[in-house]
Design a protein around this ligand. Sequence first.
Ligand code: SAH
Length: 363
Amino acid sequence: MSRFAARIREIIAAEGPIPVERYMDLCLRHYYATRDPLGADGDFTTAPEISQMFGELLGLWATEVWRLAGAPGSFGLVELGPGRGTLMADLLRAARLVPGFLAAAQVHLVETSPVLRERQRSILARSAHTPIWHASIDTLPEGPLIVIANEFFDALPVAQYVATDRGWCERMVGLEGERLVFGLRPVSVAHARPPRDGEILEEPRIGSAIAANLAGRLARVGGALLTIDYGYVGPAFGDTLQAVQRHRFADPLADPGEADLTVHVDFDWLARIGEAAGLRAHGPGRQGDFLRALGIESRAAALCARASQEQAAAITGALRRLTGPGPDGMGDLFKVLALAHPSIENIPGLLPAAAIQEQLRDR
Ligand code: SAH
């Protein structure tokens, strides 16, 4: 048993069962602090690691949003949870097409992991921008921001509530001998819908606080937040807690701190937080539609035109993974939502949320 797994057991032995939210928090801190989990040799891979096209298109997206925001002479280009820094490196390279954007941008990376900060430092050493690192969003500068969060909100802990015949109970992690097991503790949770046996409600308190804080700033100072993640348009009642280890699903309690723990993101919840702060929601749309609207197909064709046959096959494969349907494709499962200052009427690649509601009503 690892030292960390033993420490989790000590905590539970001393304090009694701990909420899933605390378990996730302890595990995720340990997990991200002690490794680079990305890529073929790691536990999972992400869109920017699949192809440079992803970060490049987000670069063009960001330059256009900057222009729509009135081309501020100075702004913060922020990434939440930048992983290896690949997305930001590709974004900055593509943004060279708009020199005014690069001159106005200061790069801010919100990252807790010392291992990943080092990866980000080395990949971005080649760019003209020296990033400023932050342990949380609290220290981000005042002034307009363009914020990108790819697979960030899914990596934050959630509380889980289960409907039982005793009412809502919080899902806990306890010990049965040496084994970690799920359990329940009665709580009073106000929810409009009466509990139906077995339903699970996930409450992303930590993500909500981050989203609400950022949305408040954006409403005051201008700019936009782009979130890309796997998720659904809520409300949904189900257990979305997943462990992934070496590219396979695993038991979230089997190897604490050594597997990635994630949840699906409720995009409706994120949109509501933005709107409550006075921002306009654009989307949620599907990643495949978003990337096609930004021109990924012509970018892939341009790259293929100067590539060897082997490289061209890899580019076409990456295009299919980023935009295609499941199970291998991310195009439908991954959703994209922008929350923008109301002075920005249209966001590239996404329909205003109001138009989406209308389309749904017309069906
Ligand atoms: N965006 C990257 C990496 C996604 S993995 C990509 O697409 O490849 C999640 C990232 O969020 C990692 O960089 C991880 O270290 C970071 N992270 C996790 N929890 C965090 C927190 N509470 N605050 C800041 N960063 C966090």
